[in-house]
Design a protein around this ligand. Structure first.
Ligand SMILES: [Zn+2]
Length: 138
């Protein structure tokens, strides 16, 4: 399933962000989905519920934001927000338009839990796990 791999890489990204900020708990994640991305937000949500287990995002809340489809007219330059997939300029009615927004799936924001006093044991465990993974991989 397409959404599964997207959510998996999303969680990898989120975990890296949390790690870089010295946090081990994510409270909120916000993603943007464009109408042309072909992504079902309900599938993203169900994949997220399954895949977040065991990650720092296990108790976090996922918000899927739908961004509008925007095209730019190749003739007059006007940007039009399309509502019904009618690929036409709102200004000059030209059919020569280029999609400038709508094909995306990306991470928008990550909210980390209030950072607790540093836990060196936790950080050490993560570091050694990463090293071991690299060693077995090569
Ligand atoms: Zn135009």
């Amino acid at each position: 399933m397409h959404e599964h791999s997207l959510v998996r890489s999303l969680l990898t990204q989120v975990q890296q962000i949390a790690l870089l900020n010295g946090s081990n708990e994510v409270t909120d994640i916000e993603v943007e989905v464009g109408p042309l991305s072909g992504i079902e937000s309900s599938l993203v949500e169900s994949a997220f519920t399954t895949l977040r287990m065991g990650t720092c995002a296990e108790t976090s809340k996922l918000t899927v934001r739908h961004v509008p489809l925007i095209v730019a007219c190749q003739d007059c330059g006007t940007e039009t927000e399309l509502e019904c997939f009618r690929f036409r300029c709102s200004e000059c009615q030209s059919g020569s338009v280029k999609v400038i927004q709508g094909e995306i799936f990306r991470l928008l924001t990550v909210t980390l839990a209030e950072s607790k006093p540093s836990e060196p044991t936790m950080a050490d465990a993560v570091t050694s796990a990463t090293t071991e993974e690299k060693r077995s991989g090569s």
